[in-house]
Design a protein around this ligand. Structure first.
Ligand code: ATP
Ligand code: MG
Length: 276
């Protein structure tokens, strides 16, 4: 039942090379090196879903901003696409931790504006917005303004909005925080459906929700710091673990949270967290 699925790794879609970042004299990221390759499943469309896990304050949002081209690292680089190009702000869809929306526009209108900004004409943007509103169970809120929504509803709108304009990459910072379990399941299902709808689509999801990360992703990166021989923390976070959930038989499965292998991996990650 937990046999791994057949797949191949092809060209590199995202490459992080020797990225380091210092803020306020403190080394936050130290030589981060990691890459995302195109996952190919014969006879199927399959995008990529990476979860970036790590304790609070470790540098997830900072790395996220560098991956999106919003911030420059002090050294190193981020390359996207094939052939690889330096990442440019605005070319990668981003759902930030504080999900900004136009306050003076309704939910539906926020989505349409995002679609137009991405180059759709009015009718195509409206059509896509309607589809996404229904996929996200947001139809009843379509005519409301952001201030009339709960925090979780606003977040769902912000995620929906990014699906309007992102081409291949979508970075999400804490898409599960503030959502109840049903809403988390909806977001996971949505991400998995979107990932399976486009061979080239790549999601990178920053979260500290270990269960949701393992449930949604095919790959899990854990950001953390090393310790020296005296068990003292060495400043600057790196990718400490890179789990391939496909090889572990835990990717692309409904009900995977019940699998003992899933529960074991969750325990393993929980156990290393305090050391990071
Ligand atoms: N402008 C800044 N100046 C100095 N230090 C900063 C600045 N912004 C962030 N930091 C520090 O960088 C570290 C990483 O912050 P970051 O926001 O990336 O953490 P995070 O992993 O996303 O945490 P959380 O899970 O709480 O969102 C933190 O220790 C934070 O204090
Ligand atoms: Mg953060």
């Amino acid at each position: 039942m937990s046999a791994s699925a057949y797949y191949e790794l092809r060209e590199c879609l995202l490459k992080v090379e020797n990225v380091s970042l210092t803020l306020g004299g403190k080394l936050i990221l130290r030589d981060v090196n990691v890459e995302v390759k195109n996952i190919v499943r014969p006879g199927m469309q399959q995008g990529q879903v990476v979860a970036l896990l790590g304790p609070s304050g470790i540098g997830k949002t900072r790395l996220f901003r560098i991956l999106a081209g919003l911030d420059e690292p002090d050294s190193g680089q981020v390359l996207v696409g094939d052939p690889p190009k330096y990442v440019v702000k605005g070319e990668v869809g981003v759902v930030a931790q504080n999900y900004p929306l136009f306050r003076h526009r309704t939910v539906a209108s926020n989505l349409v504006v995002a679609g137009k900004q991405a180059g759709l004409d009015s009718s195509a943007a409206k059509e896509k917005a309607d589809k996404i509103l229904s996929e996200f169970n947001l139809e009843e809120h379509a005519r409301k303004y952001p201030v009339q929504l709960s925090g979780g509803q606003r977040q769902r709108v912000a995620i929906a909005q990014q699906f309007m304009c992102s081409e291949h990459f979508l970075l999400m910072d804490e898409p599960f925080s503030g959502l109840d379990l049903n809403a988390i399941e909806r977001v996971i299902t949505m991400i998995n459906e979107m990932a399976a709808a486009d061979e080239m689509k790549t999601f990178i999801i920053v979260t500290h929700d270990i269960t949701a990360a393992l449930e949604v992703a095919d790959t899990v990166w854990i950001l953390g710091r090393d310790r020296d021989e005296n068990d003292k923390i060495i400043p600057g976070a790196r990718i400490q673990k890179n789990y391939n959930l496909i090889d572990l038989g835990l990717a692309w499965r409904h009900g995977v949270t019940e699998d003992p292998a899933f529960i074991d991996l969750m325990k393993e990650i929980r156990a290393i967290y305090p050391k990071l």
